[in-house]
Design a binder for this molecule. Structure first.
Ligand code: PRP
Ligand code: URA
Length: 209
């Protein structure tokens, strides 16, 4: 079973509270989403491999460690996942970026796929699938099916807000995938929205409602 890591940190608590607030405007919402993504990335990259190297300081030579430039792939689930990418790239500018396009049908809540494109060599990479919201779990479970079909094997999922229903769905569908989240909320409402949640992440990121 994949693990669930809730990043329990005062900075995360503070920023999540601002992110949830209905009084937070589009610009600040985007900034907070990026900042939270960086904090998630810090936790989710703890176990990625580093290569030993030598490094010359102004005084002497010493042992150093580097992340291989072609080793990391970030895969946002469109659209809202795009709001997390720059936060991760701030920490890992060498990462490759792929995309999965999905939206949830409003009636059935089933994911509808419309796009995918992945970096070459994804089968050898540490893959970070990102989407701010883990609600029913249908979107990410489907996205990870697609990413696995493309060859990916080492996959982590990063989300900002999650709920027990989504975690259970993802752990059942992909028991090999570890989940990193800023907060585990209470439940889904009857329209499939997370409570207390933050509303529709895509609409709040892009000002579409
Ligand atoms: C949102 C969110 C997730 C999905 C989560 O996207 O960004 O992808 O819903 O819901 P689920 O866990 O129940 O599948 P949405 O479908 O609204 O598409 P959008 O990003 O294009 O707005
Ligand atoms: N998608 C969102 O953007 N928000 C939710 O609460 C659930 C799904």
């Amino acid at each position: 079973m994949g693990s669930l890591k809730v990043v329990d940190h005062p900075l995360v608590k503070h920023k999540i509270t601002l992110l949830r607030s209905k009084f937070t405007d589009v610009q600040r919402f985007r900034e907070l989403m990026q900042e939270l993504s960086m904090l998630l990335a810090y936790e989710a990259t703890r176990s990625i491999p580093v290569e030993e190297t030598t490094c010359e300081t102004p005084l002497t030579e010493t042992k150093g460690y580097l992340i291989h430039p072609g080793q990391i792939a970030i895969i946002p689930i469109l659209r809202a996942g795009l709001g997390m990418v720059d936060g991760l790239l701030n920490f890992m500018p060498m990462a490759r970026v792929g995309h999965v396009g999905l939206y949830r049908d409003h009636e059935s809540l089933q994911p509808i796929e419309y796009y995918s494109k992945f970096p070459e060599g994804i089968d050898q990479m540490e893959v970070f699938v990102v989407d701010p919201m883990l609600a029913t779990g249908g979107s990410v479970a489907h996205a990870i099916d697609i990413v696995k079909r493309a060859g990916a094997r080492k996959i982590r999922f990063l989300c900002v807000v999650s709920c027990p229903e989504g975690v259970e769905c993802l752990q059942k569908a992909h028991p090999d995938v570890d989940i990193f989240t800023c907060v585990l909320d209470e439940k889904l409402n009857d329209k499939g929205y997370i409570l207390p949640g933050l509303g529709d992440a895509g609409d709040r990121l892009y000002g579409t409602k």
